[in-house]
Design a binder for this molecule. Structure first.
Ligand SMILES: [Zn+2]
Length: 379
C-alpha cells in the first residue's frame, strides 16, 4: 500500500495516549508520516471515521495458541490436570493433531477481530509444532512473538523461535536453568517463564531448592518475562529488577482457583506490565475483558487504578519491552490501529471515552482494524 490518508473524530496519540479530536493521519507504506489534529481536514482524507475513536491496536502478552484445539473441556479441573505433562491439554493436542493448523488459523482471526495486532505465544511441542504455527502465522500480518521449548536441541529451536517459553523453573535443576540462560544469551533471544502461578509449586520449590521459583527464575534462568506472579508477596515484588516485563493473567488464575496477582503492588512500584489471556482452551482471547476483570478485582480490594495505565498495559508497555514499532501512534511508527464506532449503541452517550474503552470495549464495536496500514478482515 502506498500513500493513504485517514481522518478520525477522536484518536489517542503518542506514547502518553493523549486524546485529540479531528485527527488527520498520512500513512505511507504502512508507516505514519504525518499527524495533524484540532482542525477539520476531513475533506482531504481518503478514509473517514466519523464519530469514532482510533487507538493503537492491542498486545496480548501471553497466550498458548495450540491449545485452542481443546476449548472448554477442562472446567473444574486443576491446573495440573489441565495443562500438566499428563493433562487434558497434551492429550487433546495429540488427538487433534491434524486440526491444529485450522484451530490456530481461527485463533489468529479471533485475535484480529478483538483488536489484537501482536501476541506473545508460549509454544509447547518443540521445533516441529512451532514450525507449523509459524507457517500459519505467515498468512497474517498479525505479529507473533513465539517463545518455544524443547527437551534438548535448544540451539536448533532458537533458529526459528523468538526466545524460550519455560513452563516453570521448578521443572529444571539449577544447572539446567543456568544452561538455558546461557543458550538464550548466546543466541540473543529472550526468556519467558511462568512464575508463582500455583502456591504448591512455590512451596515445593522452597522445599527442594531452598529458593522460590521467582528467585530461581531471576538468579539462574535470568528470565526477561515473568508470567503470572499470582502467589508472590508484596516484599518479593520489590526484589524484581525494573527491566523485567511482568505479565498478568488474572482470569486464567481465577479459572484454576489460584488467586489474584499483586497488581496494585506492581503498579505502585512502576513496573512495566502487560496482560495475557493464557490458555485458549480455558480462557477467551478478549484482552480488554482481561483488563476489565483486573480492574473489578482491584475494586473488590478497594484499590483504584488509572484507566490510562490499563490501556498502556495493552499497548505502550509491551511495545516498549518488545521494541515494536507499533503500540503507540506517532510519525515514523506503524499505522497499526483499531477504530471503535462511537455510534454503536454500546458507546452512545459515553462521557469518558478512555473509561468506556475498558468498561465497554467489545469486538462488535470495532469497525476497523489496520495492521501496518493494511485493513484487516474482521467480519
Ligand atoms: Zn501460560
Amino acid at each position: 500500500m502506498e500513500k493513504k490518508t485517514f481522518f478520525c473524530s477522536y484518536a489517542l496519540i503518542g506514547k502518553d495516549l493523549n486524546l485529540k479530536d479531528n485527527v488527520f493521519f498520512e500513512v505511507n507504506k504502512g508507516i505514519i508520516t504525518k499527524i495533524e489534529s484540532g482542525h477539520d481536514l476531513k475533506k482531504s482524507a481518503d478514509v473517514i471515521f466519523e464519530n469514532a475513536l482510533l487507538l493503537p491496536d492491542y498486545v496480548n502478552s501471553h497466550i498458548h495458541i495450540t491449545d485452542s484445539v481443546a476449548k472448554d473441556c477442562a472446567y473444574g479441573q486443576s491446573l495440573a490436570e489441565t495443562v500438566g505433562p499428563k493433562g487434558i491439554k497434551f492429550k487433546e493436542i495429540r488427538k487433534n493433531n491434524s486440526f491444529i493448523e485450522t484451530c490456530v488459523e481461527y485463533t489468529f482471526q479471533n485475535l484480529i477481530l478483538h483488536g489484537v495486532g501482536t501476541f506473545i505465544n508460549f509454544q509447547e511441542g518443540g521445533h516441529p509444532l512451532l514450525q507449523r504455527v509459524i507457517s500459519v502465522n505467515k498468512k497474517f500480518l498479525l505479529k507473533g512473538i513465539h517463545l518455544g521449548r524443547e527437551k534438548n536441541n535448544w540451539d536448533t529451536l532458537l533458529t526459528i523461535a523468538d526466545g524460550l517459553g519455560i513452563s516453570t523453573p521448578f521443572g529444571y535443576t539449577d544447572d539446567e536453568l543456568a544452561r538455558l540462560a546461557s543458550v538464550a544469551k548466546k543466541n540473543k533471544k529472550i526468556i519467558g517463564t511462568h512464575v508463582a502461578e500455583d502456591p504448591d509449586i512455590v512451596k515445593k520449590s522452597i522445599e527442594t531448592f531452598k529458593k522460590t521459583d521467582l528467585e530461581r527464575a531471576l538468579d539462574l534462568l535470568k528470565a526477561d518475562i515473568l508470567v503470572h506472579l499470582t502467589n508472590v508477596t508484596s516484599e518479593e515484588i520489590t526484589l524484581i529488577p525494573k527491566d523485567k516485563f511482568l505479565v498478568l493473567c488474572p482470569r486464567s488464575n481465577a479459572f484454576f482457583g489460584l488467586g489474584f496477582p499483586p497488581l496494585a503492588d506492581i503498579i505502585e512500584h512502576n513496573f512495566k506490565f502487560g496482560f495475557g489471556t493464557d490458555n485458549i482452551m480455558t480462557t477467551n482471547v478478549d484482552i480488554i475483558e482481561e483488563a476489565r476483570y483486573a480492574l473489578y478485582q482491584l475494586r473488590v480490594q478497594k484499590k483504584l487504578i488509572d484507566i490510562k495505565t490499563l490501556i498502556k498495559a495493552l499497548t505502550v508497555y509491551p511495545a516498549e519491552f518488545l521494541k515494536l514499532n507499533s503500540g503507540w501512534l506517532d510519525t515514523g511508527r506503524d499505522a497499526s490501529f483499531i477504530v471503535y464506532d462511537l455510534r454503536h449503541p454500546n458507546f452512545q452517550c459515553s462521557k469518558n471515552l478512555l473509561t468506556s474503552v475498558i468498561f465497554r470495549g467489545k469486538p462488535q464495536s470495532i469497525n476497523s482494524h489496520y495492521i501496518q496500514g493494511t485493513k484487516q478482515k474482521i467480519q
